[in-house]
Design a protein around this ligand. Structure first.
Ligand code: FMN
Length: 365
């Protein structure tokens, strides 16, 4: 059967991946309330279509931080992609280049920075950074990303420890023995279970849980690359972020993998857009599975969106081509939503094109 939408790829990936990696990719933290919310919150927003507008020529192209893109649909950093496909991060980065979007590489990758750069030299790439207790090791990662031509650092600020991911604990998650976190050579930086979730144990041992706004300032000053903060969920933190000199914000709850019962990202996007105004781009990820979701996020002020799990599903099903298919599906669905809502250009999408379902309560009619 032809796979025509993201959920088709999700279903197929669930059938072909072994249980432990599937659970690792799919799951969220705690009772997974926010995991469901990230997707369902989009369903509560309706599109208000305008008609009788010439939409024969349309364009999903946009520019982000000086980079021209095919569509405002970017690839979020997701760890350990070789569990999905033997080409792992190299395949994902190549697909991003073919589609002309940005690939964000996770610190916890199973291909090295240099392997990805060699495999996809023409692709625009961001490097997602976790700050390790070992600052020299952290600096080394930053310098390698700069040398390899990455265009920005995406500092993840919502992971002083990892969230309670129950299925990883049940599965005693660890990387299959033939795989390694490829940017590290030291054996203590491998992901092995000591009885619980190996990745959670790794993070507690290695990541710097003292991380605070002074460290962001340190990074902005140390790195030659623009710094984007990923994991902002309140207008208070967005306002603090502005003072650091960072060049972008990603509204993210880490795909609902950190603190369960936080809001869906689309629910908090408006307060953050309001706090930031047009000073720096605000982006969003979490629960985006349809082109109409992309449309709604842009209508609420996001300059671009990132997708996490759908990319892993595409990768698992058909490697580089599967990732490209996911990107094309989302772009085509966005293009279709634009045409049918009476829009020809990304920049025309605004709040007037959406309405929340609560406006249709009987008491308000
Ligand atoms: C399997 C998996 C691994 C992830 N690994 C990382 C990571 O290494 N660094 C990071 O900042 N975010 C990581 N994330 C979070 C994503 O960057 C992104 O915020 C999230 O996946 C977006 O939600 P979505 O999967 O619903 O699109 C991961 C998410 C998943 C599902």
């Amino acid at each position: 059967m032809a796979l025509v939408c993201v959920s088709d790829y999700e279903k197929k990936a669930s059938e072909i991946l072994p249980k432990t990696p599937w659970d690792y990719y799919r799951s969220g933290a705690g009772a997974e309330l926010t995991l469901k919310l990230n997707e369902s919150a989009y369903k509560r927003i309706r599109i208000r279509p305008r008609v009788l507008i010439d939409v024969s020529k349309r364009n999903t192209k946009c520019n982000l931080l000086g980079i021209d893109l095919n569509a405002p649909i970017l690839i979020a950093p997701t760890a350990m992609q070789k569990m999905a496909h033997f080409d792992g991060e190299m395949a994902t980065a190549k697909a991003a280049g073919n589609f002309n979007t940005i690939y964000t590489m996770s610190t916890l990758s199973t291909c090295s920075i240099e392997e990805v750069e060699n495999a996809a030299p023409g692709t625009n790439k961001f490097y997602q950074l976790y700050i390790y207790k070992d600052r020299e090791l952290t600096k080394n990662l930053i310098c390698r990303a700069e040398k390899a031509g990455f265009k920005a650092l995406v500092l993840t600020v919502d992971a002083p420890i990892f969230g309670q991911r129950r299925s990883d604990v049940r599965n005693k998650f660890e990387l299959p023995s033939h795989l390694r976190l490829a940017n590290f050579t030291d054996e203590k930086l491998f992901v092995q279970s000591a009885g619980g979730s190996g990745i959670s144990e790794y993070v507690s041992a290695q990541f710097d849980a003292t991380l605070n706004w002074n460290d962001v300032q340190w990074l902005v000053n140390f790195s030659k690359l623009p710094v984007i903060l990923k994991g902002i969920m309140t207008y208070e933190d967005a306002s603090l972020a502005l003072k650091t000199g960072c060049k972008g914000i990603i509204v993210s709850n880490h795909g609902a993998r950190q603190l369960d019962t936080v809001p869906a990202t689309i629910e908090v996007l408006p307060e953050i857009v309001k706090a930031v105004g047009s000073q720096i781009p605000v982006m969003v990820d979490g629960g985006i599975r349809n082109g109409t979701d992309v449309f709604k996020a842009l209508a609420l002020g996001a300059k671009a969106i990132f997708v996490g799990r759908p990319i892993l599903y595409g990768l698992a099903v058909n490697g580089e081509k599967g990732v490209e298919s996911i990107l094309n599906i989302l772009r085509d669905e966005l293009d279709s939503a634009m045409a049918l809502a009476g829009i020809t250009n990304i920049s025309e999408i605004n709040k007037s094109f959406i309405v929340h379902e609560s406006n249709f309560c009987v008491s308000k009619l």
